[in-house]
Write a protein that binds this ligand. Structure first.
Ligand SMILES: Cc1cc2nc3c(=O)[nH]c(=O)nc-3n(C[C@H](O)[C@H](O)[C@H](O)COP(=O)(O)OP(=O)(O)OC[C@H]3O[C@@H](n4cnc5c(N)ncnc54)[C@H](O)[C@@H]3O)c2cc1C
Length: 449
């Protein structure tokens, strides 16, 4: 860490991608960020978990070809672009008991199979929205200008109301369930650019996981793991620091930390809990943002379960298992099972129960009788997948207006520009740029205090 830095001391709450991006942006602008996370390791929903002798990522791990801010961050930590392994989209769906494959290496044939029989009205609508995302990059993120106008013009209908059943079942639902945990009647047209952005992208991953990246980041930026932020310190409308707790029970230690500003980089419900004592209206707006639970199990087997052609399966709405896929192109013996969507919401977070259910569902389509399971790791997030809100750009504008009432506070998270890792970076950079500008003008000297 650079002890010579003299810029503003900014406390960042949350060590997931939103907080990491916020702290990185502040650091490279010359400020002194300190990052707090209640977990001992960084990464939040992308944190590493042990599986046998290796680490795996149970949450977000696929990086789009268009994830430019994230890739720039990776390079800045000394990890070359060549470290990425192409993952592609290879997904087969179970439809009427048959397995149908979409593969980005045979795009035309896959697309034909996917869109065959979709009514012309829906095709025209889909193409128009896809054109928006190509016309302006901002349309791939929340509050993109064309999607905002469309929401205002149409009354922001649900995607179930806007698209017919065939397109919904084949394309819209699998994308929503994966990214937002929402069913088509729970997601809105004005936010659909974020899903189209994902559908039109190609994907890579870092086969070595995120640990080398996070280690390099922690060497540059001060981080405090295992430290829960319990409150904001606010005096006369200005945020002046925070209250923290480390340890548990009799050994718990409470502290007060001073800061020139605080960035809250948490999922909206956790951010609401922190701001509620100081701004009830802001907390209320944050609680309007919807999240859905998701459980993920990664199982190791003694042999590849998937072949080269079929690397992932998506399941129909009545199945609590939404998706099962090979962990990586060269990790086809590791299977990642995802449970999201309506049928999965009340499942117990019990790994034996979940793996039993998952293997039964997958075993109906692939031969699991000849492989032996050798390991297992599981996670469940109650606020796992962000599904935003209806007229979400209005919700965001109201959040911004409320935040402005508390000097020295910035909020960021997956509800600001979208749930993709790149969107977390975009939101965090935008919000911390604005915070830095405010701190600079507060100092009255045209430079950071
Ligand atoms: C199963 C799953 C698969 C996904 N797949 C992909 C993918 O392939 N590609 C992609 O781009 N995106 C993916 N995503 C989305 C992406 O992973 C998330 O949107 C992103 O990780 C969210 O980061 P965040 O920093 O906003 O929140 P989080 O990662 O939730 O970080 C918040 C952090 O705050 C900490 N915290 C909470 N409260 C406190 C407190 N009071 N004090 C201190 N610390 C606190 C938590 O411990 C946590 O580390 C996926 C998400 C999930 C769940």
């Amino acid at each position: 860490m650079d002890a010579e830095r003299s810029g503003a001391r900014v406390a960042v709450v949350g060590g997931g991608w939103s907080g990491i991006a916020a702290a990185w942006n502040l650091h490279r602008a010359g400020a002194r960020p300190v990052l707090f996370d209640e977990q001992p390791v960084l990464g939040g929903r992308s944190a590493a978990a042990p599986l046998g002798s290796r680490e795996v990522t149970l949450g977000g791990k696929n990086i789009g070809r268009t994830h430019l801010l994230f890739r720039e961050f990776v390079r800045a930590q000394g990890i070359p672009e060549s470290a990425f392994e192409h993952f592609g989209i290879n997904s087969s769906r179970v439809e009427d008991g048959r397995v149908r494959t979409v593969d980005t290496t045979s795009k035309a044939a896959s697309l034909y199979g996917l869109l065959r029989g979709v009514p012309p009205r829906d095709l025209v609508r889909l193409l128009r929205l896809a054109r928006y995302t190509r016309r302006a990059r901002a349309n791939r993120f929340l509050a993109g200008p064309d999607f905002q106008r469309l929401a205002d013009r149409t009354g922001d209908p649900s995607l179930a109301a806007y698209f017919g059943k065939r397109l919904r079942d084949r394309l819209i639902r699998p994308a929503l369930i994966r990214m937002n945990g929402a069913e088509p009647d729970e997601a809105y047209l004005g936010n659909f650019g974020t899903n189209l952005g994902m559908l039109l992208d190609g994907f890579d991953q870092l086969p070595g996981g995120f640990t080398p990246l996070l280690t390099a980041f922690s060497a540059a930026v001060e981080t405090r793991g295992g430290t829960r932020v319990t409150g904001l310190r606010v005096a006369e409308g200005r945020v002046t620091g925070l209250f923290t707790t480390t340890g548990e029970g009799a050994g718990a230690e409470e502290r007060e930390e001073s800061a020139d500003a605080v960035v809250v980089a948490l999922p909206a419900p956790a951010a609401a809990a922190l701001v509620a004592p100081h701004h009830a209206g802001l907390a209320e707006r944050l609680r309007e943002v919807r999240y859905f639970p998701v459980s993920v199990v990664i199982a190791a087997y003694d042999r590849p379960v998937f072949d080269e052609r079929v690397r992932a399966l998506t399941f129909p709405p009545e199945s609590p298992l939404s998706n099962a896929g090979a962990y990586g192109v060269s990790d086809r013996h590791l299977v990642r099972y995802t449970f999201s969507g309506r049928a999965a919401r009340d499942l117990p977070a019990d790994e034996e129960y979940l793996i039993g259910l998952a293997e039964k569902e997958l075993g109906a389509h692939l031969d699991l009788g000849s492989v032996r399971r050798t390991g297992l790791v599981c996670a469940r997030w109650e606020h796992g997948l962000c599904a935003y809100s209806r007229f979400h750009s209005r919700t965001l504008a109201e959040i911004d207006a409320a935040v402005a009432a508390l000097d020295g506070l910035a909020l960021t998270g997956d509800y600001v520009r979208g749930a993709a890792i790149e969107a977390c970076f975009r939101g965090a950079y935008e919000r911390t740029d604005a915070l830095l500008a405010a701190l600079t003008s507060r100092s009255g000297r045209g430079q950071l205090p």
